[in-house]
Design a protein around this ligand. Sequence first.
Ligand SMILES: Nc1ncnc2c1ncn2[C@@H]1O[C@H](COP(=O)(O)OP(=O)(O)OP(=O)(O)O)[C@@H](O)[C@H]1O
Ligand SMILES: O=c1ccn([C@@H]2O[C@H](COP(=O)(O)O)[C@@H](O)[C@H]2O)c(=O)[nH]1
Length: 246
Amino acid sequence: MTEQASENGHDYRRVLLKISGEALMGDGSYGIAPQMVDTIAGDVAAVAQSGVEVCLVIGGGNIFRGVAAAARGMDRAQGDYAGMLATVINALMVQNALERHGVPTRVMSAIHMSSVAEPYIRRRAVRHMEKGRVVIFAAGTGNPFFTTDTAAALRAAEMDCDALLKGTQVDGVYSADPRKDGNATRFETLTYLDVLAKDLHVMDAAAISLARENRLPIVVFNIHAPGAFSRVMRGEGLFTRIVEAR
Ligand SMILES: Nc1ncnc2c1ncn2[C@@H]1O[C@H](COP(=O)(O)OP(=O)(O)OP(=O)(O)O)[C@@H](O)[C@H]1O
Ligand SMILES: O=c1ccn([C@@H]2O[C@H](COP(=O)(O)O)[C@@H](O)[C@H]2O)c(=O)[nH]1
């Protein structure tokens, strides 16, 4: 993906993987499928154990989305706080699965809940990763009216990651939502401005803008297939890259 491979055999030294909450549902329509969590954890473990520093942001869409609750009459900010708490549940599930794969982990939450997670402190997070721990950033940005995509771009920039990988339900960015339009075509590479100008909804505009300002490459891929994260890290399989210039 980048021209220069590093000593660990991968193109990247440190990456942030955003896992969509919906990916944790497996074939279900709500909640958490333990087998799917285990498959993703195994994939993350393989990359982390190869020497790449990995941090995670996990969505909450499998449990609760503030915007959907607001459409049903709930106060938006209140709904968003519930959504952020949903991401903490997912973070704890993934932490447990990673530890069963022998990976040391820390959950750091943007909303203080000292009984279950460390508070997010940027310099501590960096230190955890330097020690080989996978850090899971929970509770998004800690603020309503944002999404975990934006939290992922924010944390990736703060952690000085080489790339933000978005593991989702589709194998890249399409000309239209491929789950709704069978004629949609997949892009190999896009610029940040392409995504914004074409209004491609794979990620929210705030996340794309933040990544652009920080020259943070984004890679969108389907996380459902076993080993998908490892393959994308080697530049294999299907994905779309979002970068400054094509
Ligand atoms: N142009 C597009 N190209 C690819 N996917 C698109 C596009 N427009 C909309 N989508 C949809 O965006 C989805 C990706 O967002 P995703 O479901 O991962 O949401 P999320 O907010 O990141 O996570 P969560 O599931 O936690 O809400 C894909 O499943 C796809 O159906
Ligand atoms: O910074 C943030 C991140 C998330 N939220 C709320 O959580 C849910 C779940 O996140 P997804 O990105 O949709 O998976 C989201 O819908 C928001 O309601 C938030 O408020 N702030």
